[in-house]
Design a protein around this ligand. Sequence first.
Ligand code: NCD
Ligand code: ZN
Length: 345
Amino acid sequence: MTETLTIRRPDDWHLHLRDGAMLHGVLPESARHFARAIIMPNLVPPVVTGAEAAAYRERILAALPADMAFTPLMTLYLTEETDPDDVARAHADGIVTAVKLYPAGATTNSASGVRDFDKVRGVLERMAEIGLPLCVHGEVTDPEVDIFDREAVFIDRVFDPIRRATPGLRVVMEHITTAQGVDYVRSADSDLGATITTHHLIINRNDILVGGIKPHYYCLPVAKREEHRLALRQAATSGDVRFFLGTDSAPHVDALKEHACGCAGCFTATNTMSILAEVFEQDGALDRLEGFTALHGPAFYGLPPNEARVTLTKGPPLTYPEKIETGAGPVTVFDPMMPLHWRVD
Ligand code: NCD
Ligand code: ZN
């Protein structure tokens, strides 16, 4: 007997597509399964203005193979110089779906991020007024704080104060990696949601470090202890509408991952849906896969869920490429360290 599961076409609420040759190489990997994605603005230089977001959207659509349907939902990179009027205009014109806050220096290409949170207060207040969500990379950058504690410290020092100071602001805590992140989201009101990546449901910090350093498992926020992975899995498979998929699929060419100072990012676009089906099946929650990947995200963003459906079929272990070739160089696909049985049609 074949086992199948039909769900609404999923969306990815946190995706890095890059630009140029890399964009051309990785875009089909997401567009194959996902209808829409929130596109991260951390290009070099970053996507800061409405005009830049509109131009980037055009480049993405131009790179899309003619037989694929995919809607990029654009974001602006928040800087201390961001003009509230430009943000409001880009929102009113339907160019942007969210604004992204990177604490300066927290991650890849975040040097133009925010150092002094008081300087972005005007933009955040405007966003609360017009109902434009803020996506937050939730890690402090204080060198005194241990890298494994940076998310938990951010919640107390920065995130909770920002939310209290800006009532009505809708906020997504991006790629949560800790039990503290899960608890904070659960304790909050309806204006807070969180994305969870595919890889943080699979790896803990041992997978990065035991038996030799594994650069393809290094990402930011870095994977934490096993107890945190289990808390994330529980949250993702619980059916709680505040948690939804944001893969944070973040391609870097192998030469820059397998390096003395390797880049952060796991590339999961290719096999994300098969991995998630395996995870939800293992946790007895296949009936909640649709909520996590196709319903909770649109509900948070106030968008309709996709009408199209995809069918997942269980069969013998799948084969998928170990790397994808892009014009920028090869990119290694995330290895979930287990056979995958669910094919997406
Ligand atoms: C992202 C990237 O490569 O742009 N890397 C990552 O490890 N997730 C940046 C980010 O989202 O933090
Ligand atoms: Zn990211």
